[in-house]
Design a protein around this ligand. Structure first.
Ligand code: FES
Length: 389
C-alpha cells in the first residue's frame, strides 16, 4: 500500500505523533520516577487475566487412551478462557533438566472456566518428553502451564463457516476440543472431521465424536482406516465440501503435513483457507534438502543470560533450546515450532542452521541476528545471548 494511501484516514496530530514516536518515548523515559507506584489500567488487568503468563493445576485424573497414551485432567482455580484448538506449554522438572512441551487442549473452553483442563499425551518410548511424562505426571501433584497459545482455532473473520478438518491419530485432540466447543455453544461453525487412523484400536476418540454428532448436526465425522487402504485424499475432501467454500484444517503427525501441502495445492487452496497445527520439532534434520550437514557431532556453546555465562556441549542434531533445558537453564518458550518467538535469542558468534519450515522470525530479527532457539541447530561453536526466564 502506498504510504500516502496508508496515512489517509488518520488525523494530522496522530500522524505527527506517529512520526515523532521515538522522541515521545525518550521524553517519557527521561521523566520516569523510579519511586512512582505503577498502577495497571483496567484494560491491562483484564488482558493479564485472559492471557496469563503461567497458570497452575493439580492433576486429578489420568484416563488411558488404549495403549496410545493418556489424557491428563487438571483442576485449577478457573483456567484462562481459550480458543478451541489452542495449546498450553507444560513445564516439568527431571533431575536438573527442564522439560517443556506444547500440548493441545482436548477439553472445551467452558470447562476451563470451571477449572478443568485436559491434555492428551501420546505414548512414544523414543520421545524424550513422552517417555518421561507418565513417570513425572503424578496424581494430586500441581503443575505449571503457560497461558493458552497458538492460532490453530476457528476465526469467523478469517475462516469459512464450513471447516473440513483432516486429523491423524492422537493428533486429532485440538479438533475434539473444537467439536466440544460447538456442542456447548462457545464456537459456531460447521465442522466435518476426516479422522485418519492406522486401525480400529487407534480410533480412541470415535466414541466421543459419535456422542457429539448425535447431539448436534453441526459436527460430523468419517473414519479412514489405513489398514483397509483408506486415506484422506483431495477427492474425499471435495466430496465433503460440495460446491461451497470451506477452510481446511490439518493436524496430526509430522509426515501428514507434507502430504497435505500437496493436497492443498491440488485443491487450489490459498494460505488463508489451509491451516495447520504447529509443526513441532524436526524429526529428521538430515532429510531436509537445505540442511548443509554437520562437520562435528557436538559443538561448544557459550550462553550469556543477563550477568551469567554458561558453557555447554551442543549436539549438532538438537535444537539449541533443548540443550539449554538439559543443562537446567530455563528460558521462555511456548510453541517449540519456530513460530511464537518466545525462545528468541541473539547469535553473537558462530554459524547456525534454521530450517525454512520452522523459521517464523520477523525480517528485522533476521537482520539483527536473532534466532528462535527451538528451531536453531549449531553448525559451529556458537555464542548466544538469551533473555532471563
Ligand atoms: S518456542 Fe515458539 S518460536 Fe520457539
Amino acid at each position: 500500500m502506498a504510504k500516502k494511501e496508508f496515512l489517509k484516514g488518520f488525523g494530522f496530530s496522530s500522524i505527527m505523533n506517529f512520526l515523532r514516536r521515538g522522541k515521545i518515548r525518550e521524553k517519557k523515559i527521561a521523566k520516569f520516577d523510579e519511586n512512582q507506584v505503577f498502577v495497571p489500567s483496567q484494560t491491562n488487568l483484564k488482558a493479564a487475566a485472559l492471557h496469563p503468563k503461567t497458570q497452575e493445576g493439580t492433576l486429578v485424573e489420568i484416563t488411558p487412551m488404549g495403549d496410545k497414551g493418556n489424557i491428563y485432567t487438571f483442576q485449577g482455580d478457573g483456567f484462562a478462557f481459550f480458543r478451541a484448538g489452542q495449546y498450553v506449554n507444560i513445564r516439568l522438572n527431571y533431575g536438573k533438566s527442564i522439560i517443556a512441551r506444547p500440548i493441545s487442549i482436548v477439553s472445551s473452553p467452558l470447562e476451563a472456566l470451571d477449572g478443568k483442563l485436559s491434555l492428551a499425551i501420546a505414548s512414544n518410548p523414543k520421545g524424550y518428553f513422552a517417555a518421561k511424562a507418565p513417570e513425572l505426571l503424578q496424581l494430586y501433584k500441581t503443575f505449571e502451564f503457560s497461558g493458552p497459545s497458538g492460532d490453530f482455532y476457528y476465526s469467523s473473520t478469517r475462516d469459512e463457516p464450513h471447516v473440513i478438518a483432516a486429523a491423524g491419530g492422537i493428533g486429532i485432540t485440538p479438533i475434539i476440543s473444537m467439536a466440544k466447543a460447538i456442542l456447548e455453544g462457545s464456537e459456531d461453525f460447521k465442522l466435518t472431521i476426516l479422522y485418519g487412523v492406522k486401525n480400529e484400536k487407534e480410533a480412541v476418540f470415535a466414541p466421543i465424536l459419535n456422542e457429539i454428532c448425535n447431539k448436534t448436526n453441526k459436527v460430523s465425522f468419517r473414519l479412514f482406516y489405513e489398514n483397509k487402504g483408506e486415506y484422506i485424499t483431495s477427492l474425499a475432501i471435495k466430496a465433503e465440501a460440495g460446491n461451497s467454500p470451506y477452510s481446511l484444517f490439518v493436524c496430526g503427525p509430522q509426515g501428514m503435513y507434507e502430504a497435505f501441502d500437496k493436497i492443498a495445492k491440488e485443491l487450489g487452496l490459498d494460505q488463508k483457507h489451509y491451516r495447520k497445527e504447529i509443526f513441532g520439532s524436526i524429526k529428521s534434520l538430515e532429510s531436509i534438502p537445505s540442511y548443509p550437514g554437520s562437520k562435528q557431532k557436538t559443538y561448544k556453546g557459550i550462553i550469556h543470560m543477563v550477568d551469567k555465562i554458561y558453557e555447554m556441549e551442543l549436539p549438532y542434531d538438537q535444537p539449541i533450546l533443548y540443550a539449554l533445558e538439559k543443562e537446567g537453564i530455563a528460558t521462555p518458550n511456548r510453541c517449540r515450532g519456530g513460530i511464537c518467538g518466545y525462545c528468541r535469542g541473539r547469535i553473537l558468534k558462530g554459524e547456525v542452521y534454521i530450517p525454512e519450515i520452522g523459521d517464523g522470525r520477523r525480517e528485522e530479527d533476521k537482520k539483527k541476528g536473532y534466532a528462535h532457539l527451538c528451531m536453531t541447530y549449531p553448525l559451529s561453536d556458537v555464542e548466544i545471548e538469551i533473555p532471563a526466564p
